[in-house]
Design a protein around this ligand. Sequence first.
Ligand code: NAD
Ligand code: UDP
Length: 311
Amino acid sequence: MKRILITGGAGFIGSHLSEKLLEQGNEVICLDNFFTGRKANIRHLLSNPEFEFIRHDITEPIFLEVDQIYNLACPASPIHYQYNPVKTVKTSVMGAINMLGLAKRIRVPILQASTSEIYGDPLVHPQTESYWGNVNCLGPRSCYDEGKRVAETLFYNYHQQNKVDIKIVRIFNTYGPRMLENDGRVVSNFIVQALRNENITVYGQGSQTRSFCFITDLLDALIKMMNSGDFHGPVNLGNPGEFTILELAEKVLKLTGSSSKIIFKPLPKDDPTQRQPDISLAKEKLGWKPVISLEEGLQYTIEYFRKTIKK
Ligand code: NAD
Ligand code: UDP
């Protein structure tokens, strides 16, 4: 049994990870400032004596004794990370410094939830870990992209300079139950719109591509990476199946049986045109590959939103 700290533990990925690590017999300390996380995501865990919640903002230091740290705290949807861009940079950069300082003091492994966004609007396709990316440092997405890039640099530097046992994962679009119905990410937007028979809002022509990974697949990879010994990453984690946004809209319409119409809205500035992970490294080093198809994952997510959204 390990005592495991999860920052951002009340968010979408963090709450699923808390649940899974508890199921595996660990103690979990979940830390969150509830910016995009919700009490509802962790309410069912509060009665578990091995689960502890701390309301805390990772831009401030904290002193704890744990065996592993997953650093997930950071808003992930463009609407939320662009709401207060300065705060987004502070969360990624100061948060990384505080959590790395903690990992250094107590000498434990620390995993950083980095992102495919560090590749920006990629000129290399599919993206391999060796690609340096194509990021605009002044655009609307830069608070997130550059914040996450500096966080990777800090992790690398703490490893080089202080021998901190770092684990960097670059997560590609992940979806599933507990996404916020109003957080603006494409999978939740389309499903909620379809279930309400509202227009499906495709940005641009819908020809931009994304690769969607179901949450349970990602959790397996995160835990494998944390326990991967001398392997420090960075490693891409995602589902290599690549779909245009229009294809996604059509799949959601079919699976929900909705009468919604697809409408086209302006493409947000700097929206990446293509994104697909090369996961050869994850296969080789972690023996991992996703097993849930987009249709299957969408069905689970649709079931969740059917039960939870206000019509
Ligand atoms: P989320 O918004 O649901 O979760 C983020 C959590 O962090 C929330 O609970 C939020 O309240 C908390 N948080 C934000 N700022 C904080 C701060 N300063 N101090 C403490 N807590 C804070 O998003 P998610 O999809 O669960 O993403 C989790 C992590 O994974 C993020 O770091 C994100 O960048 C990364 N990631 C996610 C995806 C994805 O597709 N879901 C893709 C790439 C990377
Ligand atoms: N998107 C869309 N309609 C929506 C929400 C998003 O067409 O209602 C598009 C968005 O422009 C982007 C893709 O879907 O091209 C994925 O968007 P999301 O915000 O989920 O993630 P990210 O752009 O960070 O990959």
